[in-house]
Design a protein around this ligand. Structure first.
Ligand code: HEC
Ligand code: HEC
Ligand code: HEC
Ligand code: HEC
Ligand code: HEC
Length: 240
């Protein structure tokens, strides 16, 4: 018989029982915090049915996130685009799309684009695997964050540099609260309130540089005051 787990692993259930049984509230809370599943989901990167690259589209081609994620400013939930959105450029006929003929020829037989076009033709959607997912008992209004001037970068990392999207943050309760108690660090000037020029929340390259700068602390605090930004930290705001 092959051994799948090392022998010491047998001791783990016993040890956990001891912690939960004897340790009391604080230890339980600590263990529970570190063992909530999302803590482990940083870096989660499932294989997708089509190799779609944000690094090419959002990075190299400089497309705005909102071209595909159209609902980020208006809806409670963000969206992933359907094949029709991709077909604006990848129809297969260079003249009608944005792709010029040379680029089209170079990618004509790309297996991913073949999959994409057949999905579009048959009406059978591409089954993208969901990466970021909060439990159902959490209230997270996606658009409220984008409109308050929190960049996609703060929560999703440098997607513009990624060939395949991976989860950048834990999405745990501690993570939400850390920002809610000190949102200034994450605020960018979407309305040009400080007269320094508007910043697009979707311009990840610019925002990532900005947020580490010394001036940001002061700028963020001013924005929070001017816009009266006060993220909630009462249980009822985030839990039904
Ligand atoms: C040309 C269309 C397109 C553009 C432009 C685009 N995306 Fe996406 N995005 C997709 C598609 C398709 C998926 C689903 C496949 C995947 O995960 O790569 C996706 C997935 C994502 C996900 C993961 C969704 C999940 O399942 O949790 C995030 C986050 C994301 N995009 C953010 C961004 C950001 C930020 C930008 C701008 C810097 C951007 N996207 C630009 C098409 C696009
Ligand atoms: C605004 C036009 C535009 C849209 C919309 C668009 N693409 Fe592209 N795509 C391009 C261009 C241009 C290239 C070629 C880039 C290059 O080779 O540098 C490309 C290349 C690709 C490639 C081949 C490169 C590779 O990664 O191997 C795939 C696959 C692809 N796109 C998938 C998608 C998918 C999926 C969507 C929809 C979610 C989409 N594209 C939407 C313009 C677009
Ligand atoms: C305050 C943090 C935060 C900001 C800012 C943010 N997101 Fe998200 N995003 C999340 C969380 C958390 C989820 C998972 C939500 C859920 O499960 O209901 C998510 C989900 C998504 C999804 C997956 C939607 C789906 O249906 O599969 C996409 C795509 C996405 N975000 C894109 C973006 C883009 C583009 C921006 C910038 C315009 C952005 N996000 C800004 C935290 C954020
Ligand atoms: C990087 C910073 C940041 C993170 C991370 C973050 N938030 Fe927020 N949140 C904000 C800001 C800024 C606001 C807007 C407050 C305002 O407009 O006064 C906000 C507002 C909210 C609101 C109130 C929305 C409304 O309509 O008034 C809820 C609910 C909320 N966040 C839930 C969450 C949850 C749940 C998470 C974690 C999954 C989370 N937030 C993560 C910054 C953040
Ligand atoms: C800013 C948003 C936010 C606030 C405020 C907040 N929570 Fe949470 N809470 C979350 C998120 C997000 C999760 C999911 C974390 C995960 O998946 O690991 C969560 C998870 C939980 C869980 C875990 C449920 C389980 O089955 O694992 C409990 C219990 C909980 N919260 C209680 C509270 C209480 C009590 C308060 C008030 C003192 C509170 N929360 C305030 C965002 C929030």
């Amino acid at each position: 018989m092959s051994m799948t787990f090392p022998r010491w692993a047998n001791a783990i259930p016993g040890a956990l029982a001891a912690v939960f049984g004897l340790g009391g509230g604080v230890v339980t809370a600590g263990v529970w915090y570190y063992f909530t599943p999302s803590y482990w989901e940083v870096g989660y990167r499932p294989d997708q049915p089509v190799d779609y690259s944000h690094q090419i589209h959002a990075g190299k081609l400089g497309m705005d996130c909102r071209y595909c994620h159209v609902s980020v400013e208006d809806s409670y939930k963000a969206n992933v685009p359907d094949a029709a959105t991709c077909m604006n450029c990848h129809t297969g006929e260079g003249e009608t799309g944005f792709l010029n003929n040379d680029l089209w020829r170079a990618h004509k037989n790309n297996v991913n684009l073949v999959t994409l076009r057949s999905s579009f033709a048959s009406g059978e959607p591409v089954r993208w695997k969901r990466i970021h997912k909060l439990p159902d008992y959490v209230n997270f209004p996606h658009s409220a964050h984008v409109n308050a001037g929190v960049s996609c970068f703060s929560c999703h990392g440098d997607i513009n540099e990624q060939k395949v999207v991976a989860q950048a943050e834990s999405l745990s309760m501690g993570w939400c609260l850390e920002c809610h108690r000190d949102p200034a660090k994450a605020l960018v000037d979407v309305d040009n309130l400080l007269g320094e020029g508007k910043v697009r929340v979707t311009d990840l390259a610019r925002v990532s540089k900005m947020l580490v700068s010394k001036e940001q602390q002061e700028r963020g605090a001013k924005l929070a005051e001017l816009r009266q930004i006060q993220p909630p930290d009462n249980c009822g705001a985030c839990h039904y």
